[in-house]
Design a protein around this ligand. Structure first.
Ligand SMILES: [Zn+2]
Length: 433
């Protein structure tokens, strides 16, 4: 790993300050210093820069212990707005946030099943965006950036979707169509990185520097946080834990391999497990993934033996797959997120708690904490709003790279210039207002 420069350390410190302000809403400099461990002088400088740029504002005065009034600070919602776009295989959703990351409004369109072109997707994004800004004309011209989450393996540095098997996308260029749809700087990523970024800012990231954010849904992945930073890998595909082998020569996976983790603990995998236990089970005709999981849990609660066995086996598969992550990474903590946890989190958590010690080496598991969080679709849009905010801050010379893209990857592709702002600058001395 490259040695950190003083600029890197300053950027990390800025991230810690911002995260404290955003998580606590209104804070004094002394509180930021106590929470982050940064010196009062460093906090004063960093808060000063963010106030000067208009990202933070003084919120008022409170009396301190010595009786002297001290200033409180908060994010400044009037500085501008952010767009967070969640493109999933069945819908496009656009959320409008202010810069304090309060959600102002939302638009959504459902997509027909089957393949979509980037042009169609971009048209839907434009329609939603126009509707949102039509309702808030005062924000037109004050949108500071957009974060767009797209399905599959997304490379933000090259601006392409490397692989989205359900839409037949291979190396699809994205930026031109997206930049036409939203007339502001666009930052792209995939839902896993978005969820992990949200968790880094607002969830486990506030308590742990080494943790894994597992996403359980139709797809499955693991956001890996090492030393407080999201691991992206060379081409942004780190964390494709769903496509690591759980059972050699096991179930066929849409990725073309077999025995992948996703084929056991993703929504379709849970259905396959039920079909192995009870090939004639009535729930096997429910094709919609959420409906299937919701009804499976109702069946489980009413003592349907096949449903109970399917849940138990899913818990066993999940324990083994998390055990692999724990043995590999030795994290302090594992957060299990994603829409499946909303329906089955309690049952899966119970089974994982029983089994995890058997699935891990004694060292890594001895002090490990595991939490199942009922985070539904909100997590992706919040994460993309954070990434849009980080992009804006970087463009004004105040980078706070909670999940910086790899500079090594940035230097390799011809597409670098298109999204060049996402790469940490060697000397980003942009003028500040
Ligand atoms: Zn696979």
């Amino acid at each position: 790993m490259a040695t950190k420069t003083s600029k890197d350390i300053r950027n990390e410190s800025r991230f810690m300050v911002l995260r404290t302000v955003y998580a606590r809403h209104t804070v004094t400099r002394a509180q930021i210093s106590a929470e982050t461990g940064l010196s009062p002088a460093t906090v004063t400088t960093l808060v000063g820069e963010l106030v000067e740029e208009g990202v933070l504002r003084e919120a008022g005065q409170i009396s301190s212990q010595g009786g002297r009034p001290t200033a409180t600070f908060q994010a400044n919602p009037s500085r501008g707005a952010l767009l967070a776009v969640d493109v999933a295989e069945t819908y496009v959703r656009v959320d409008l946030f202010d810069i304090s990351l309060a959600r102002l409004d939302q638009e959504r369109v459902d997509l027909d099943p089957g393949a979509q072109s980037i042009e169609t997707v971009a048209e839907h994004i434009r329609g939603c965006t126009d509707a949102l800004l039509g309702r808030r004309p005062e924000l037109a011209g004050h949108v500071l950036g957009a974060g767009v989450s797209l399905p599959g393996q997304v490379d933000p540095v090259r601006g392409i979707d490397v692989f989205a098997p359900n839409w037949g996308w291979h190396e699809v260029p994205l930026m031109e169509a997206l930049e036409r749809a939203v007339p502001v700087p666009v930052r792209i990523d995939n839902p896993l990185m978005a969820l992990a970024t949200g968790e880094l800012w607002f969830g486990a990231g506030r308590r742990f520097r080494q943790f894994v954010a597992v996403n359980l849904g139709t797809g499955v992945g693991a956001g890996i946080i090492i030393d407080g930073q999201l691991l992206r890998g060379r081409g942004n595909s780190a964390g494709e834990w769903g496509h690591t082998t759980l059972i050699w020569n096991g179930r066929a996976c849409p990725c073309g391999r077999s025995g992948c983790v996703e084929t056991y603990i993703g929504a379709e995998g849970i259905r396959t497990t039920l079909s192995e236990i009870a090939p004639e089970h009535e729930l096997l005709t429910v094709t919609h993934h959420r409906d299937f999981i919701e009804r499976l849990m109702r069946a489980e609660a009413t003592c349907d033996a096949a449903a109970q066995e399917a849940l138990l086996r899913t818990g066993d598969y999940l324990s083994a797959a998390i055990g692999n992550l724990v043995n590999l990474l030795d994290p302090e903590h594992v957060s299990v997120l994603g829409w499946i946890t909303r329906y089955a989190g309690t049952e899966l958590h119970d089974r994982v708690r029983e089994r995890i010690a058997q699935e891990c080496l004694p060292g890594p598991s001895s002090t490990l904490s595991i939490e199942f969080t009922d985070a539904d679709g909100e997590g992706v849009s919040l994460g993309m709003a954070v990434l849009a905010l980080e992009g804006f801050l970087e463009r004004v010379g105040l980078p706070s790279p909670s999940s910086a893209l790899s500079p090594a990857a940035a230097s390799t592709g011809p597409g670098t210039a298109r999204t060049g702002w996402a790469v940490p600058h060697a000397d980003a001395s942009l003028p500040r207002r």
